[in-house]
Design a protein around this ligand. Sequence first.
Ligand code: SF4
Length: 76
Amino acid sequence: MKKIMVNESLCIGCGACVAIDPNHFDFNSQGLSTAKIEDVENIDQNLASAVESCPTNAIKIAETENDTIQEMPEAA
Ligand code: SF4
């Protein structure tokens, strides 16, 4: 499994991720991005594009194995 994590201290609320991948991202009450679905099996094209589009690198996809979260290397 993988876990979508949005760092709200980095998010500037530009909306790119929400526009590109509304299945996984939405705005919270502060106008910042939040993951609608945190746990995903695979990184689909929209999710990968949303991660790449973030101007502040606020979105991370972590690998969750054995209940531990390991940050994945930056997407190539
Ligand atoms: S693309 Fe990045 S900065 Fe923009 S709303 Fe999404 S998480 Fe926030």
